[in-house]
Write a protein that binds this ligand. Sequence first.
Ligand code: EPU
Length: 427
Amino acid sequence: MDKLLITGGTQLNGEVRASGAKNAALPILAATLLAEGPVTLTNVPRLRDIRTTLDLLGRLGAHLTQDEDGVVRGEPSTLTRFDAPYELVKTMRASILVLGPLVTRYGQADVSLPGGCAIGARPVNLHIDGLRAMGAEITVAGGYIRARADRLHGARLIFETVTVTGTENLLMAAVLARGETLIENAAHEPEVADLADFLIAMGARIEGAGTDRIYVQGVDRLGGAKFAVMPDRIETGTFLVGAAMTGGRVRVLNTRPDCLEAVLQKLRECGARVETGPDWIELDMQGRRPHAVDIHTAPYPAFPTDMQAQFCALNSIADGVGVVAETVFENRFMHIPELQRMGADIRIDGHLAVCRGVEHLTAAPVMATDLRASAGLVLAGLVAQGETLVDRIYHLDRGYDNIEAKLAGLGAVIRRTSATAGEVESA
Ligand code: EPU
């Protein structure tokens, strides 16, 4: 099993290009199921979750291919089946995103319930309730969601909790439903707006995506489209935190500063000089140690839960005390015991993590438990004294496109290995 071996202590400096956003590309790939015509998607990141989605679509009969440059092409209109099996859904919860498109276009879907995961229970009740309100008959049995419908009809849908993939699933269902749909308390995440832009390029009629009220006027059919996926704001933020932790100066290219306001505000608060251009962000820490910052995760435009682990890593070597409140997921502190093993002084109290910065971390073999936790541990490895071995990086490969090459390009001493901790120590 692959691991990352990181020798801490080098500054990150230079330029790095952000890849396309995983969490925009996944719903957009699911939305290709709605297209009657060829689809070309550019800026799709080369990730394990993308390959899993392409496998799932291929299994349904929608054959799309991704080339070396990340471009995805195909004509996904020849479905032969309408199910997402447990074996696939358990490896990637975002498989639930085929539910809305399959029901609205084909009137049938059998999708495994995702179940809980390393960061919390993560139910999908709101996806199901919304589809029911649009006329789908849904039963849940044997671990599967079985949905059947004639043509869905528009409805007024009010989410009791803001849900990103829930908003995306119902948006995709609404674009082919008869009549008007109003989604209230919708997720504002830029990835929802990016999905809406792709649907609009296919011929959908949508207004308000990116706000908490989305209006959809259903149409009878959608065509193919060419579309460029937005840049990954979480990958961008991860490189910027790396620069702040190592005292370096990094410019991230091909990114969207407007989607990272809350994160940039915190980076400025920790003492970094941050400049932005139309599609780049530069952070300069000028060799200084960051100040600890308080973080409160919440739906966009507030501070993203997907950047919480990276800021825990930053706080662990910062000057002062930072209190991190995780309000989106109930179990998203799995990186903290691992950071503690590297010498971090962090106390967990319910949904709060109180981080008292230490002068330095010391390298240790650590284990990744989910995607963003892994990113936090890699960042900790960049500043720890000695060689940190991050195990189970298949989590990282789900969501970061070639992270070790990108970090190495910025000066990090990092390599992929399949050696065990004992083998590395004795090597
Ligand atoms: N929730 C419900 N019922 C539902 C749906 C959600 O109670 O039917 C709750 C969840 O349990 C959670 C909260 O609502 O407490 C928000 O969850 P949400 O549905 O927004 O999360 P998601 O759509 O499953 C997406 C991203 C996550 C990201 C969250 C929050 C994708 C594919 N995934 O998940 O990304 O953390 O939104 O921003 O877009 C990651 O990339 O590492 C990742 C986990």
